[in-house]
Design a binder for this molecule. Sequence first.
Ligand code: HEM
Length: 427
Amino acid sequence: TPPATGYLHGMPETPETSQPELFTWEFAADPYPAYAWLREHSPVHRTTLPSGVDAWLVTRYADARQALADSRLSKNPTHHGRSSGRTGIPGERQADLMTHLLNIDPPDHTRLRRLVSKAFTPRGVAEFEPRVRQLTERLIDGFAERGSADLIHEFAFPLPIYAICDLLGVPPEDQDDFRDWAGMMIRHAKPGQSGGPRGGVARAVKKMRAYLLELIHRKRADLGDDLISGLIRASDHGEHLTENEAAAMAFILLFAGFETTVNLIGNGTFALLRNPGQRELLQASVARGETGLLTTAVEELLRYDGPVELATWRFATHPLTIGGVDIPVGDPVLVVLAAADRDPARFARENTLDLARKDNPHLGFGHGIHYCIGAPLARLEGQAALGALLTRLPDLRLDAEPEDLRWRGGLIMRGLRELPVAFTPAA
Ligand code: HEM
């Protein structure tokens, strides 16, 4: 069967002819035609975000890659010329959660990143593999006999929460609280609005912060081999890590490692279900016990419909030129990873899902000094999740019209609100 029509799903589609509207709900459902227009007609594009903030959108691959590694673009929101510099990461109004990796520049960035990088080497993360596999199996057990499920809520959402809680050293009995708080933090976004903590979100961030500070106190008296204990040890050995920095680090690991991974599993499964030929290839390969195609598949799914639509905010600290356009000091620059990763100047058959794609230097994990520190864990979770789904639920199918699925709003992330599926119930 040919894939359903639609730009997102690999069918050629007429690009927009006039300047498309950005940040509507339609755009949130399928931003790719608009990005094709921007790449072609206005690759470094000044726009007013729904929040009222003016920013530059960078959509071509070469420009995006250059901007991500440009030290004249600071991550520190105080460099934003004209506003409070809100960056849209929940919790940023909690000043003591602000000094995290995505908000700071060298030398502080270098110091803090070094402290956690050990936990995220492919080797360190590989130790985690049995636990991630056990989690995926347990979550699938929860719905396998039913014949239907919402894969976002019952699978993609809890998996990374429990994984990061384990990594940080949050005791199992407290992990469901994290699941609740994290759910509250991602529920309310509108297209194009990074949305700081409001109402329920603010309460969730507050609770998480209070919990993390208390956990740090408790661990100090009883160090283990988890990441929070590692951070405390580092601060006790003159590595200049304050307690607030430790809490901010725990918080950013949760924040950066959670919704992203939900979306990798959600967007990835959706793309597979919409491209039956590719899905069959992968399913057969997994059934033969191979890992090669699963590995390239996760990279391709990150390129094709990745979790991070726009990289987090950057602010010009010096005058600079991107793609021939002068960027004034103080201006925010948003690098559109989703647009760069479909740039035909870099990727052949840019709108086609090709799970075996070899030449695939996608920007889904960013580039430069802020390159995703959690990439090895995200890859492990993505491979384990997709492998387990295709093995345990071999006739997995979408249980809704694709057009009816709702996408979450927001500025930085791209992901589905729900993913209803059906399959033959396990005996
Ligand atoms: C940074 C993507 C999973 C932790 C980033 C950046 C991207 C990204 C694009 C760079 C942002 C920028 O430059 O503005 C992803 C994707 C993931 C994922 C697509 C899942 C598929 C994770 C996980 C963790 C994590 C599982 C940790 C548990 C971080 C941290 C940073 C980061 C701490 C900041 C690094 C720095 O500033 O030095 N991620 N991420 N991410 N990611 Fe991930």
